[in-house]
Ligand binder design. Sequence first.
Ligand code: TNX
Length: 528
Amino acid sequence: MRQRHRTLRLLASLLLVTAVGASLTGATPAPPAATPLDRVIPAPASVAPGGSPYRITDRTRIRVDDSREARRIGGYLADVLRPSTGYRLPVTTHGDGGIRLRLAKGPYGDEGYRLDSGRGGVTVTAGRPAGLFHGVQTLRQLLPAAVEKDSVQPGPWLIAGGTVEDTPRYAWRGAMLDVSRHFFGVDEVKRYIDQLALYKFNKLHLHLSDDQGWRIAIDSWPRLATYGGSTEVGGGPGGYYTKADYKEIVRHAAARHLEVVPEIDMPGHTNAALASYAELNCDGVAPPLYTGTQVGFSSLCVPKEITYDFVDDVVRELAALTPGRYLHIGGDEAHSTPHADYVTFMDRAQATVAEYGKTVVGWHQLTGATPVRGAVAQYWGLDGTGAAEKEQVARAARNGTGIVLSPADRLYLDMKYDAGTPLGLSWAGYVEVRRSYDWDPGTYLPGVPASAIRGVEAPLWSETLENSGHIEYMAFPRLPGVAELGWSPAATHDWDRYKVRLAAQGPRWEALGIGYYRSPQVPWPAAG
Ligand code: TNX
C-alpha cells in the first residue's frame, strides 16, 4: 500500500516535471489565459491592463457597501456566478479582498464605473447604482463564457489584472419590443431584459398597442385588452398584460437598471382600440379585429371629444404604472388621418402626457406637427429618406427636440440579414451585422446638433416573430453592436476589431441557450 502511494507520487511529480517542461517549450497548451480587459462589448472608454489576474475561488466573498442598492447588485452578481462556479460566494459587508462593489463620490457620472483587478481582488466603484450594475456586467464578460451555464463548470475563474474606466457616450441605449403584432408573455419579456442588461442597455420600449392587438389592461376601458387583445397577426390567441403583470416587467427591468418606455401608438395603428369601442369611430361603427400586416388604414376620430376622454384615461393609467420619465405616443404612419387633424391630435395628446408628468416620445413624424418642449423624436428613416424629411427632423432638433436614432436600414432587428433569413421583413433592405454596426450616430443626420442626439434604439417588430427563439435569432448578433454604438466612444469604433470581440460572444450565447444567426461576416469559434 505504502509502496504504491510512493510510486504514484513519483509518477505524479514526473508528470508535473514533463508538463512544466512541455509548457516551457510550448508543446502543450498553456492554461486558459484571462480574457483581455478590452475584449468586452460595449468597448469600455479606457482600459489599462497590467498586473496579476484575480482568481475567484471557493473562498471568494462579494463585499458590498451597507446599502440596499449595493446589496441587491451583489445578490444579482452572486446569482450569476453561483450555478457555474459552484461556490458559496456570500454577499457580505465584512472582510477584505474578494469582489468588492462600492458606491463612492468620483468622476463616474450617472452610469459610469471603474474596475480594478489584481491578485488580491476585484473592486468595482461607481457613483450611482446603475454604474455599479454596468461594472458588474463588465466583470461578468471578463469571465469565461462557461460562467453563464447553470451547472458546475471546472473554471479556472480568472479576471485579468488592470483597470477599466468607463462611462457611456449616450444616455439613451434602447431596445423596442413589439408585443402587439405577436404577444410575448411576461417570462419572454424578462428573458429579453436579461439579455439587454448584459450589454448595458438602459431603456426597454414596449410597443403596447397597434392594429393587431391592445396589450395592457386599462381599467376605465376594459374591452381594449379583453377584446382588443384577443388576437394577433395570423389569428393566434394574442393576450395582454394585467396591471400586475406589467408591474412585474417594470420591476424586473428596474432591478437591471432598465427604464420601461411604454408606447400607445396613436392616432394611426389603432384598429384594436377602434374594434373594441364603436364610439371611438367617426361613423360609430366598430371595425372587425385585424390579423393581417398592412399599415396605415386606421385612425382615431380627431373631431370627436370622446377621443380625448380615451387618451386622457389611457395616459393617466399608463403613467401611474410607469416610474420612468417617458411615455411614447407613436404618431407614425397616420396615413388615414388628414394632416391638420394629425397636428390637432398630437398637440392634445402631448399636452395630456405633460399633464400626467411624463416626457413625450414620438416617432419622428411628430416633427411634422409641433413637438412640445423637451419632447424626444425617434428617427426611423433610411439612407434613402428624402432630404426634406431629414431636414424637418433636423430643424426640430435645432429647436430643442431630442433625437433617438433607429434608422430602419441599420437598427431594425426585424430586417432579414440576407435573402436566406427565414424570419423577418425586408422593406428596408437586408441588414447584415456589419451594416448594422458600421456607422456613427454622432454624424448620421445632417444638420442635427450633436447635443440633440440622445442615443440609439433597436426596434424589433414582430409581424413574423412568435417566441423567444425568434426574438433571439433576429437580435443576435446585431444587438451588441447597437449597445456599442450607444455606449462606446467613437474612437473605439472599428469593424475589424469589433468582429473579433463579437465572435468571442458566441460561446457565451451558447452557454445562455441563445440561438443566434452565425453571420459569415464574423469569425466565430467552432460551435459547441
Ligand atoms: C414600420 S417603424 C412601422 C411598423 C412596422 C415596421 C416593420 C414604424 C414606426 N412603423 O408599423 O411594424 O415598419 O418593420
